[in-house]
Write a protein that binds this ligand. Structure first.
Ligand code: ADP
Ligand code: MG
Length: 256
């Protein structure tokens, strides 16, 4: 059975896609079979895995509306060595079109069930909103990985996300847990980063991943080459940190 995780945070630009793509590639390096699910109409995870979102035969949009199955829509990332269920801007329309469908918050869960035995991990890159799409991600998953920048405003949105996860856990998906908070784009020279980081540890204890992802320009450059950062420049600090995070995830889920 595949372990399914959402990478979620309703803020944009906090490192969700970078985390999803690099964790997918990191797990693939550890010989795990991975499906990266792009649940954001921006299609950044799709492009970052080296897949042209403008040239898809089918995408997650058709899958969620029941017009195609996952096997028909998935594509192989040659630069990341994992499969991708790709997205493009068509997906934005699904939000509205799903309103009329039955079981609308479980469309993704039902679709992914068809390929469950083909993967060890499925990673869902969520859009920057607590929307029907994100709700589909949360209903499909066993757990949530929350990337955070250690800055003052980071903590503000966190309680909304945590409350949403609690509600989904209570009403829709009893399996759902917060797997952990991942500190990303970390700058150890900033006092504020250190302060927010230790506040997080005090508040969330061992829910904070030990791995910390530094701010690293190679991670930011990699998507323009259609490559996960860890394969673009494996010796960079960012790549090393995401590799360590992949290993930490494999360890952590043993105790789930
Ligand atoms: P989100 O998916 O939450 O919107 P992204 O992963 O797209 O966030 O990241 C936002 C921007 O920050 C992107 O340009 C990305 O390349 C850059 N970025 C993400 N993580 C890092 C990092 N650790 N170091 C440097 N740049 C990063
Ligand atoms: Mg993104």
């Amino acid at each position: 059975m595949a372990k399914i995780f959402c990478v979620a945070n309703q803020k944009g630009g906090v490192g969700k896609t970078t985390t999803a793509v690099n964790l997918a590639a990191g797990l693939a390096r550890l010989e795990q079979r991975v499906l990266l699910v792009d649940l954001d109409p921006q299609g950044n995870a799709t492009m970052g895995a080296g897949i042209n979102k403008a040239e898809l035969d089918a995408s997650i949009y058709e899958v969620m509306l029941g017009l195609a199955d996952v096997r028909a829509a998935r594509v192989r990332s040659e630069t990341g060595h994992f499969d991708v269920l790709p997205a493009n801007r068509e997906l934005a329309g699904a939000e509205v079109e799903m309103v009329e469908l039955d079981n609308r918050e479980k469309r993704l869960k039902d679709a992914l069930a068809a390929v469950d035995d083909e993967y060890d991990f499925m990673l869902i890159d969520c859009p920057p909103a607590l929307s029907m799409l994100t709700l589909n991600g949360l209903c499909a998953a066993h757990g949530v990985i929350i990337p955070m920048q250690c800055e003052y405003y980071a903590l503000e949105g966190l309680s909304d996300l945590v409350n949403t996860i609690k509600k989904v856990h209570a009403k829709l998906n009893p399996d759902l847990k917060i797997i952990g908070l991942l500190r990303v784009m970390f700058d150890p020279r900033m006092t504020l980063s250190q302060q927010v980081s230790s506040q997080l540890e005090q508040h969330f204890g061992d829910k904070v991943f030990r791995s910390i992802i530094p701010r690293n320009v190679r991670l930011a450059e990699a998507p323009s080459y259609g490559m996960p950062g860890i394969n673009f420049d494996p010796s960079s600090k960012g790549a090393q940190a995401y590799l360590a995070f992949g290993a930490e995830m494999v360890e952590r889920i043993k105790t789930l």
